[in-house]
Design a protein around this ligand. Structure first.
Ligand SMILES: [Zn+2]
Length: 309
């Protein structure tokens, strides 16, 4: 009897491990025009995505077009992103302003200013921009501020876009770029490996969470950024996730998961995973956040770098 039971458990675990999972990749702070200029006006991330052939949603800061003087080229870069059939476009504010800091009027202005070029380019490709993602994922300081912003976004026909998994790619990217600038290839590769490993651990963490809370793997939304780290390592993450039976789906598809209609229980300004924001029990949420995989070595390297500055 005991043997049969153990067999049942191991089969159940195997099924859980092999269950079909899905994820939508979303890339914020597009286009990275500084990197574009450094790379002789090419976008290695876009080139990698061309060959990966997975759907991605990009969240655009049109203000990035003014970060270098190559305005015309930068506009063409944005247009090139929007022309790709695998790209869903979203607005991320013109100047990436934090609503919780700048207030409603400045926020509204940033949203409206942030859609002008995108909309005109998208028309040429018969596409629409329906998504908005809050810069810093801070949707306001409290429930009233959040409701006011949501009402405004709804009037503008925007869907506010959550995420469920992120792995501080931006922090790894700063360390990665520094290692590359110092010609320390070995360290750069080490940082890349750490990024891939942490990302995979976080996928497992949020998958286990979704199974324990919702009794099934939910359709995840991964948040990362337009940087050289992802140009070099996102393909590996995609490969590894495919090995774990992940299917890569569009943002539209991911958002069909009813989990995205869940009630919010967190109305603060912190931009953490929505899986935590949907948890009514504050103590349980905090406990799970503390159990989240992290990498002390990378954290320390980042702190040391900040101290040097
Ligand atoms: Zn951003």
């Amino acid at each position: 009897m005991k043997k049969v039971f153990l067999l049942f458990i191991s089969c159940a675990l195997a099924n859980f491990a092999n269950a079909q999972r899905s994820v939508s990749v979303t890339i914020d702070d597009v286009p990275n025009t500084r990197l574009y200029q450094l790379q002789n006006f090419s976008s290695p991330l876009q080139q990698k995505l061309d060959s990966l052939q997975i759907p991605v949603a990009i969240f655009i800061n049109e203000g990035n077009l003014e970060q270098t003087t190559a305005l015309e080229k930068n506009r063409n870069l944005l247009k090139s992103w929007l022309s790709k059939s695998y790209v869903t476009a979203g607005n991320h504010g013109f100047a990436h302003k934090n609503y919780a800091e700048v207030g409603l009027e400045a926020f509204k202005e940033d949203v409206i200013k942030g859609e002008v070029l995108t909309k005109s380019f998208l028309k040429e490709f018969n596409k629409e921009s329906r998504y908005f993602r809050f810069p810093y994922n801070g949707a306001g300081n409290d429930s009233l501020e959040q409701l006011t912003a949501q009402k405004f976004l709804k009037e503008k026909n925007y869907i506010s876009t959550p995420f469920t998994v992120e792995s501080e790619d931006w922090l790894h990217a700063i360390l990665y770029d520094k290692a590359l600038a110092e010609n320390d290839r070995k360290r750069a590769e080490w940082i890349g490996d750490q990024y891939v490993n942490l990302t995979l651990k976080l996928f497992s963490h949020f998958d286990s969470l979704s199974v324990s809370i919702y009794n099934r793997p939910i359709r995840q939304i991964y948040l990362c950024h337009d940087n050289s780290l992802n140009a070099d390592y996102l393909p590996r993450i995609v490969d590894e996730l495919k090995n774990k039976n992940y299917e890569f789906v569009s943002l539209d598809n991911a958002l069909l998961d009813p989990v995205y209609q869940s009630q919010l229980y967190y109305y603060g300004k912190a931009g953490f995973s929505w899986i935590y924001k949907w948890m009514p029990d504050v103590a349980a949420r905090r406990k799970l956040m503390r159990s989240e995989p992290s990498n002390p070595e990378i954290q320390k390297a980042f702190e040391d770098l900040n101290k040097q500055k």
